[in-house]
Design a protein around this ligand. Structure first.
Ligand code: PDD
Length: 279
């Protein structure tokens, strides 16, 4: 499998970085996961814009222009060869000679890494039964809008549901639904899609945007507003969305069924719209 590292293309298993890399020492970096369908990156510009936004918040200069990123992505996709893929991009503040939380002075070159892998979309069986979720209090920091590689809180939160054999952990803060440990959460009530608003407390999902756009274009009502935990538990449907999960209905939360415990009709409709749109 081919990787891109600091301007060079090489086999992934030959790619090496320093243990002094600030991504390794501090989680000091940004990343993106871009789905690729029929060898075409999906919503590439939106992913590159979010990367730009995360890098700006980390006070890191974007090492590549959008055109250069697009070239790297396409080269990895062409080399990988599968129709559907997931491309991972990461930029860290680089390897400094000493371990110090403050930015290295003088600055060191960033570490820029990318590779293409398979896209782990939900299986037909999972889509047919729906996924399962646990809820947990969101103990992440107050900049969840940034796609940084400092993911240990997401890792611990995801592991809660993984250990219980569930598909995702749904995060609650102050009695409100935030998002999943690696996805956004949408709730359907009386035919209306309720979407927690973008803020510093959730990642602005590219898939979330696509789903809300598809809903609007197809006359499905949406409301972007805070969603209470009680609304999650009494919902007609609950979906998680991400570049890898696409639109996955959740049919059990904390051992209670969502409505009748089967994927709802709006999930099936949205999935059909999404599958059609992405190709
Ligand atoms: N995760 N919220 C969180 C915390 C996420 O990590 C993700 C995506 C999303 C959905 O964003 P998008 O629709 O742009 O993929 C929401 C990726 C897939 C990951 O970390 O693997």
């Amino acid at each position: 499998m081919l990787a891109y590292l600091n301007g060079n293309y090489l086999p992934l298993d030959e790619a090496r970085i320093s243990p002094m890399d600030r991504g390794f020492l501090f989680g000091d970096g940004a990343y993106e996961v871009i789905p690729v369908y029929s060898r075409r990156p999906f919503r590439l510009q939106q992913h590159l814009e979010r990367l730009e936004r995360t890098l700006a918040a980390l006070q890191l200069a974007n090492p590549l222009s959008k055109e250069q990123w697009a070239e790297v992505v396409q080269r990895l996709v062409d080399d990988h060869g599968s129709e559907d893929q997931g491309v991972y991009l990461q930029v860290t503040r680089g390897a400094a000679p000493v371990r110090d939380q403050a930015f290295p002075r003088p600055a060191v070159p960033p570490t820029v890494f990318a590779y293409a892998d398979r896209l782990p979309t939900p299986s037909a069986e999972l889509l047919a039964t729906g996924g399962t979720a646990l809820t947990a209090e969101d103990f992440r920091w107050l900049r969840c809008d940034l796609k940084t590689v400092s993911l240990v809180a997401n890792v611990l939160l995801r592991q809660l549901s993984a250990a219980a054999g569930c598909t995702e952990t749904i995060l609650l803060r102050d009695g409100l639904v935030m998002e999943g440990s690696a996805s956004n959460v949408l709730v359907v009530q009386d035919g209306v899609i309720l979407a927690p608003p973008k803020s510093n407390l959730i990642l602005p999902g590219v898939t979330y945007d696509v789903v809300l756009e598809l809903a609007t274009a197809n006359g499905i009502p949406t409301q972007v507003r805070p969603v209470a935990e009680a609304e999650l538990r009494s919902a007609d449907e609950v979906w998680v969305t991400s570049s890898t999960k696409e639109v996955l209905p959740i049919t059990r939360i904390d051992d209670a069924p969502v409505a009748d415990g089967r994927p709802g009709p709006l999930a099936a409709r949205m999935n059909a719209l999404y599958q059609d749109f992405k190709n």
